[in-house]
Design a protein around this ligand. Structure first.
Ligand code: CTP
Length: 412
């Protein structure tokens, strides 16, 4: 990472969490990468760790008090020149303040003046992070363009097990590098991505679906657009906010997803199928709600949905085709079969089931399969970071002659 952030000015906001000491490690990584880091601490952060530690390691005075006179007021200009604001760790209290735009301390005040990208790294008790208030604040900040590096699952300061640990310094660092490096290697590419589950109706209130959250597909869309691609995201029902600058096409059933992807397939240079497409649907969807005293559940007949990837693969002209497999066992064996049968350029194999299931988690570890290559394991990392790693590999896939065809279309 040496030198990748040279010339960059970063404001590191540290708040009053037990994880405040981890900001020291992050500061070291950022400075080793060449960034000039200015630390802003809240009063509660100062109760956990002495500002002197940050001053020595950053080579700059620590700012904490908005009313501390001329010297501190100068720090209000800090964010004007900043390339990045990172808040790590971010307590539930600061998360709420940032979402609401409260300016009762220096960090909150600075956050209101920033023009640069913002990374927020929450750290708190698992129940606090899961609380609808904290989730809503995180979502508000995402909507405003902040990148939330989600806390990790593990043992917490309370002794409990849950999602609340500050993300690793490496994960935060790689998000910072990703945002600041302004990679444009996907410029000129048109990427069609499917995400989320599909829902197949039984009647107007019941449906068959699966546990896909859509997070991997949304992360792929966010990463591709950040690297210069034009992106259309065809997504089944999820609770995720649309990534900025991505055209989102909502669908519900596998048939709708097939239609939405088919009409855009010729436009695309790459198709990435992260969607967990339902394989079965009721043969007959009832127009009225089935009353339980009139139906005992018998006679629900299912039929197969179309295999979208297989259908599009048969129509391929120039597109790269990337699939995502959901497997519970024999990952490589089942994955290789799908790679071959669906004639894909790459297949990403996810493990489904158990605590570390790819479904719903913010992190993932996968195997990448490609024709003629040995399986490649990518270790567990945040899905956003994994998306960048996968985009690197997709770009390096050998170019098929038919793929060189240049197609020029407006975004569908
Ligand atoms: N897929 C698809 N249409 C389907 C089912 C799957 O396009 N009806 C795509 C998925 O989006 C994914 C890939 O095929 O990219 C593999 O999906 P997966 O669910 O792992 O495998 P299936 O082909 O459905 O096989 P099985 O359920 O038997 O494992």
């Amino acid at each position: 990472m040496n030198g990748v952030l040279s010339g960059k000015r970063i404001v590191l906001g540290v708040t009053g969490s037990i994880a405040a000491y981890k900001a020291v490690g992050l500061l070291r990584l950022l400075t080793q990468a060449g960034a000039s880091v200015h630390v802003v601490m809240t009063d509660s952060a100062i109760r956990f760790i002495a500002p002197l530690t940050f001053e020595v390691l950053s080579g700059h005075p620590v700012a904490s008090d908005v009313f501390a006179g001329h010297q501190e007021m100068k720090h209000l200009s800090l964010t004007e020149q900043a390339d990045l604001l990172v808040v790590a760790p971010c307590t539930a209290n600061t998360l709420a303040k940032l979402a609401l735009g409260l300016a009762d301390n220096l960090l909150g005040t600075l956050a209101l003046t920033v023009q640069c990208p913002v990374i927020i790294c929450p750290a708190m008790d698992g129940e606090m992070w899961a609380h609808p208030a904290a989730q809503a604040h995180a979502q508000t900040l995402r909507h405003r363009g902040a990148v939330i590096v989600e806390p990790e699952v593990g043992s917490l300061a309370s002794g409990e097990w849950g999602q609340g640990r500050l993300a690793t310094e490496e994960a935060i660092m790689s998000t910072a590098v990703g945002l600041l490096q302004c990679r444009t290697d996907w410029q000129g590419e048109r990427v069609l991505i499917s995400a989320g589950p599909t829902q197949e109706p039984i009647d107007p209130v019941r449906f068959i679906s699966n546990g896909s959250s859509g997070k991997m597909g949304f992360a792929m869309a966010e990463a591709a657009v950040a690297r210069g691609a034009e992106v259309v995201l065809v997504t089944g029902p999820t609770h995720l906010a649309a990534p900025k600058k991505v055209t989102v096409v909502p669908v519900v059933t596998a048939e709708e997803m097939l239609q939405a992807l088919t009409v855009r397939f010729e436009w695309a240079t790459t198709l990435i199928m992260t969607a967990a497409v339902g394989d079965f649907r009721p043969k007959q969807a009832h127009a009225h709600k089935l009353k339980k005293d009139q139906w005992n559940g018998e006679g629900l007949v299912l039929e197969r949905t179309p295999d979208i990837l297989m259908a599009l693969s048969a129509q391929r002209t120039h597109q790269r085709l990337v699939g995502f497999a959901a497997e519970t066992d024999h990952l490589i064996e089942h994955g290789q079969a799908k790679l071959t049968n669906k004639h894909l350029d790459m297949l990403v194999v996810n493990q489904i089931g158990g605590e570390q299931s790819a479904f719903g988690n913010d992190t993932n570890e996968v195997y990448v399969l490609a024709p003629g290559s040995a399986p490649h394991q990518i270790p567990r990392m945040p899905k956003r970071q994994l998306a960048d790693t996968l985009l690197d590999r997709i770009l390096s896939l050998p170019v098929q002659p038919s793929r060189q065809k240049v197609v020029s279309f407006p975004t569908p």
